[in-house]
Write a protein that binds this ligand. Sequence first.
Ligand code: PDD
Length: 294
Amino acid sequence: MPIGETVYLNGAFTPRKEARISPLDRGFLFAHAAYEVTAVYGGKLIDFQGHVSRLGNTLDAICIPNPHDAAEWETIHRRLIAENALDEGLIYLQVSAGAYETRDFAGPDLFEPTIHLFADQRPLVGEAARTGIKAIFLNDIRWRRRDIKTTQLLSQALAYRTARDAGAQTAFMVEDGFVTEAASANTWMVTQDDRILTRNLSSDILPGITRAHVIARLRDLGMDVEERAFTPDEAYEAKEIFTTSAGALIAPVIQLEDQPVGTGAPGPVTRRVQRLYYEAIGVDVEAVSPWVLA
Ligand code: PDD
């Protein structure tokens, strides 16, 4: 789907076709960069405080000074939404450690970041959310700091290619016999006795902002969420599986490898979570996603 014509680069809103970043940028040479992806619905930022706070944690962990406070970040995001008339989609943000005259692994004492944001118009409450997606299992070969959001995404990019070759839309990654997360989302399952599980936070997974929002909503309603890791075998036995992410919000998983999940169609817990989340972000559920009401 279309990337907006106006991007933000180092302090200026610029035509995308004129935006230039140095080939010596540490983001390019070393994947030395933090990123965030924030959903936009009805022109509004979703769960923004969570994304901006996680950005701060990532930047701290990779030695890049945070160039903006939360209010400044929000102003930049809002202006980018307006410049691109973004109604439904994503704002992608990247802060790299900047460009210098040499390829030096350690780099200078103080980094001067490169800041780049763009708008990405795409349906978030669309066909995949209605009908569900297929997933395969893959070994999780990522580094140990999955709790921070850096642009070291080669293993996930390759996972998506493998999934696509297998006729699936995502991969569930597995380490030491347990599912960590999906290629770019957190994973959830509903057991045969109706317990809702999602993996506990640690450096093994990204602390998803959508995950945190859904846990809070369910607990507000008095529903239990068990935060623990589950195995591929438990997933095969699940009544329902879904993923959460800014990129696809709540995505029902209806097939794992060559086996249907539950009935092979999105189940009632998934529909309830979709409805809760959609209502919270201002979706006119009856008009846009009546399928969550069934
Ligand atoms: N990815 N786990 C991984 C590995 C992710 O890349 C993502 C999000 C999530 C979900 O986090 P959140 O709910 O905060 O979006 C979990 C984004 C959407 C991306 O890389 O495009």
